[in-house]
Design a protein around this ligand. Structure first.
Ligand SMILES: *Cc1c(COP(=O)(O)O)cnc(C)c1O
Length: 385
């Protein structure tokens, strides 16, 4: 089976993890801050806060921005459920903004229109989470301008986008947002097994997220809210969690980070090969936003009308020939948990249309050209059937 995505683990990665295992620290120790600083420096952000998943990072990012009951978070319906669930963890409500039919990201015009309506109704969002789907940057300039006008905060869900660029800067520099969140799940661009990281330029947000990742406990006398009992004192000053990353994970992440630019370049070469090989087939290949450089986490094609066998048949045919195609994503608002909150099919038509037509083809840095050719042949055959 050729999977749709997979990690690469090199001997250098293994050595780095073994070295961490031999050290005095297994949980968060000296390697975690090294990884944080290296990734923040790579992105051009002032701070990085590493945690055990992007889901955890989204949660503490929302809390750090003060999201709570009576607040709204808006995100894209075409994302992994974690981009929306983070609001529910905080007791806040979720709503969605339909996607742009060309980029498949949150549409900034739809956002502007929805904000105007929400302002009239007195229910503006506190936080908006644009998701850089497939690694393609969202229209951050426009979204940021809207945040100034309507007073919301921005968390970029860049789980797909580490190594990507927007308007001459790296995704994660937070030039157009308060916080950016990355994932290091093994199917993503670089991995720590499980892991996530939040970047920000705001020292207060970084300090708040650091506190929340480890139980809300501080050992810093300046942060303590009552007189310390003694030099051993630690004080819980917030309700936090155990969201720490381990040093083994950070060692893997640091080792992988050295290959990040190479990985993104490999993905672009593969995407260019797909673009050329698929140009005669009745499919829509991914559009690339001229303002950005996608990290190309996913290569999603859309089956147009002439692909008459339909998405299900094509999906089954490819799976039957050992091609691990996938669908990213089932619109979040159509998940049972969200339907139970009152969402229904028909609310976000562009997202729903995209969902009916989308298939993710295998895309990962170590995908071999012969494997890719087999994917193309199998797809052409399935479309012809
Ligand atoms: C993978 C992913 C997440 C969650 O990442 P984890 O590290 O697995 O928690 C969140 N948002 C998007 C868009 C993702 O693809």
């Amino acid at each position: 089976m050729i999977p749709y995505g997979r990690q690469e683990i090199t001997p250098a990665d293994i050595d780095a993890v073994v070295e961490a295992l031999r050290s005095d620290w297994l949980t968060q120790g000296p390697i975690v801050p090294r990884f944080e600083q290296a990734l923040a420096a790579y992105c051009g952000a002032a701070h990085g806060v590493a945690v055990n998943s992007a889901t955890s990072a989204l949660h503490i990012a929302c809390l750090a921005l003060g999201l709570g009951e009576d607040d709204w978070l808006w995100t894209s319906p075409i994302t992994f459920v974690a981009s929306a669930n983070c609001a529910l963890y905080c007791g806040a409500s979720v709503d969605f903004v339909d996607i742009d039919p060309r980029t498949y990201n949150m549409c900034s015009d739809a956002l502007a229109a929805k904000l105007a309506r929400a302002e009239a109704e007195g229910r503006l969002p506190k936080v908006v989470v644009p998701v850089h789907l497939c690694g393609q940057p969202c229209d951050m300039g426009a979204i940021h301008a809207l945040s100034r006008r309507y007073g919301f905060r921005i968390i970029e869900d860049a789980s797909h986008a580490v190594g990507g660029r927007y308007r001459g800067g790296s995704i994660g520099n937070c030039r157009y947002s308060d916080i950016t969140v990355f994932s290091f799940h093994p199917v993503k661009i670089i991995t720590t097994g499980e892991g996530g990281l939040a970047t920000t330029n705001d020292p207060a947000l970084a300090a708040r997220m650091e506190l929340l990742r480890s139980h809300g406990i501080t050992r810093d006398p300046d942060q303590m809210t009552q007189a310390p009992d003694g030099p051993w004192s630690y004080q819980q000053i917030a309700l936090g969690f155990n969201y720490r990353m381990t040093d083994m994970q950070a060692a893997l992440g640091l080792s992988q980070l050295a290959r990040l630019d190479g990985y993104v370049a490999d993905r672009h070469s593969l995407a260019a090969r797909y673009d050329a090989a698929l140009s005669d087939l009745p499919v829509i290949t991914p559009w690339r936003h001229p303002d950005g450089h996608s990290a190309l986490h996913l290569y999603v094609i859309r089956l147009t009308e002439s692909g008459s066998a339909g998405r299900r048949a094509i999906f089954n045919a490819l799976r039957a020939t050992g091609i691990g195609v996938n669908v990213h994503y089932i619109p979040v608002h159509t998940q049972p948990w969200y339907r139970a909150m009152g969402f229904a099919e028909g609310q976000f038509p562009e997202a729903e249309r995209y969902y009916r037509e989308a298939i993710s083809l295998p895309m990962f840095a170590t995908l071999q050209e012969a494997q890719q050719d087999a994917v193309v042949r199998a797809l052409a055959k399935a479309l012809d059937a």
